[in-house]
Ligand binder design. Structure first.
Ligand SMILES: O=C(O)c1ccccc1NCC(=O)[C@H](O)[C@H](O)COP(=O)(O)O
Length: 466
């Protein structure tokens, strides 16, 4: 019997045993009661310009045996998220892959990125289970399912708001996936009959999948050259297990596979004490920001001057103002010896122009992003840089919340990215948007003060991207 048939058999038995504990009807009722706050997140996140990474958490496999003796699955998942993974695939098959539903459930709760349940789906029961465990997607393998089953399972998943990664190995299976109206097709580079792996399989199969369907290359991807070849063939995502499972430093491993990027300048905003300055001097970011506008982080011009005195001279200072009278801004620039003025209110082009006439500092205009029109409106601004931040009514800045980055994908000007950037999302943001600089504030604070561990973590992550 082939491995796939064995796995399907044992999965059917497993599902029957589960049904005795909780019936399908009960499971359906539970699913109906659960609110899906992030419908189809898995496929939404895979729709990016450059290649995405689906990183796999797996302890063992039939072809390789035990891959990870030590298996801190939650830490692995968190490391993948920091490394910039777009999604995480979690093996739940218990016999050959030594997976568990518990891994999936805990991981889905611990990370903000979508999680795929990697199992051998042979029964609709497993789709409801996956949804209840917190999965954002399930795997449907063409070699195991008829077109009718694929269609039915995909329809159930659609009703629940979760995605299906429909896996094929050859042209016939791709046709089956297309007949089942798959929106995401994964081509497996591993031949499950003899376990041989050849990443050219997905490259060969690329032409059979229309461009409006997300194409995922699965298995055996090891090197930056592999990723570059997939990129050249317009592959949207790479699903990688063993290579990442065997790497001790996921951030560096993913950075090496992704290839060189332009690492942005780094600004930490809301510096307000000598203790903050001491932390900053140790890590030497490119910029720091003093909030000189009403905020829980506001400091006086005089305190900013004193802090600047203690700051290493190579670190540039940004004064953040909100609709401040021009003469006060000019006085602050001179007193503190600011390098940059960040206008974070409703300042106009005329205001920017007048400021330009009166000072030599760089001017950054903060745009709090409500929609894409906001981005377009400021494209011809006279400001030196635009800084895009999250819009929240009645909050000028420092929200700690992320906005929808898709509006920035066609931005023509170099920009500063702000809004809820953290060690969890900064790599993904940098790869996806190539900002000129990143601005981090709330997420590196603990109890209202800058936290050296959190700042060090961001700096260490960015260092590994170089
Ligand atoms: O941070 C503030 O308290 C603030 C108040 C008023 C105007 C601007 C403010 N911050 C400006 C920044 O440059 C922040 O770094 C930016 O908004 C991002 O903040 P966060 O989302 O907390 O990382």
């Amino acid at each position: 019997m082939m491995i796939l048939d064995k796995l399907a058999d044992s999965t059917r038995k497993r599902v029957e045993a589960c049904k005795k504990k909780i019936s399908l009807e009960q499971l359906k009722r539970q699913a109906a009661e659960k609110e899906n706050k992030q419908a189809f997140l898995f496929e939404k996140m895979l729709k990016t310009k450059d290649i995405s990474f689906i990183c796999e958490v797996k302890k063992a496999s039939p072809s390789k045996g035990i891959i990870a003796e030590d298996f801190p699955y939650l830490q692995i998942a968190k490391d993948y998220e920091k490394a910039g993974a777009t999604a995480i695939s979690v093996l739940t098959e218990p016999e050959c892959f030594l997976g568990s539903d518990v891994y999936l459930q805990e991981i889905a709760q611990a990370v903000d990125i979508p999680v795929l349940r990697k199992d051998f789906t042979v029964d609709e029961y497993q789709i409801y289970e996956a949804y209840l465990l917190g999965a954002s997607a399930v795997l449907l393998i063409c070699a195991l399912l008829s077109v009718e089953q694929l269609l039915r399972f995909r329809t159930i998943a659609d009703e629940l708001g979760i995605s299906c990664l429909v896996e094929a190995h050859d042209k016939d299976e791709i046709e089956k996936a297309l007949a089942a109206k798959a929106r995401i097709i994964g081509v497996n580079n591993r031949d499950l009959r003899d376990f041989t792996v050849n990443i050219n399989n997905s490259i060969r199969m690329r032409e059979y999948v229309p461009d409006d369907i997300i194409f995922v290359s699965e298995s055996g991807i090891k090197t930056a050259q592999d990723i570059e070849a997939l990129r050249q063939h317009n592959v949207q995502a790479a699903l990688i297990g063993e290579t990442f499972m065997r790497s001790t430093d996921k951030v560096t491993a993913l950075a090496e596979l992704f290839g060189k990027i332009q690492v942005p300048k780094i600004k930490f905003c809301g510096i307000k004490s000598q203790a903050d300055v001491a932390i900053i001097n140790k890590v030497e970011p490119d910029y720091i920001g003093f909030i000189l506008a009403p905020s829980k982080r506001q400091i006086t011009v005089e305190l900013a001057r004193q802090l600047k005195d203690k700051l290493k001279p190579q670190i540039k200072t940004v004064g953040v103002f909100v609709d401040e009278a021009l003469e006060n801004v000019i006085t602050a620039i001179k007193t503190i010896q600011l390098d940059v003025v960040q206008l974070h209110g409703n300042e106009t082009e005329e205001y920017i122009e007048e400021l330009r006439q009166n000072t030599a500092v760089d001017i950054w205009k903060a745009v709090r992003v409500k929609n894409i029109r906001e981005i377009e409106k400021w494209q011809n601004s006279g400001a030196d840089k635009l800084l895009f931040d999250t819009y929240r009514p009645a909050v000028a800045g420092g929200t700690g919340e992320v906005f929808d980055w898709s509006v920035l994908e066609n931005c023509q000007r170099p920009f500063v990215l702000a809004g809820g950037l953290s060690s969890k999302n900064i790599v993904k943001a940098v790869r996806r948007l190539s900002p000129w600089a990143v601005d981090i504030n709330s997420t590196v604070e603990t109890d209202g003060n800058k936290d050296s561990e959190k700042i060090n973590e961001i700096m260490a992550i960015m260092e590994r991207l170089r």
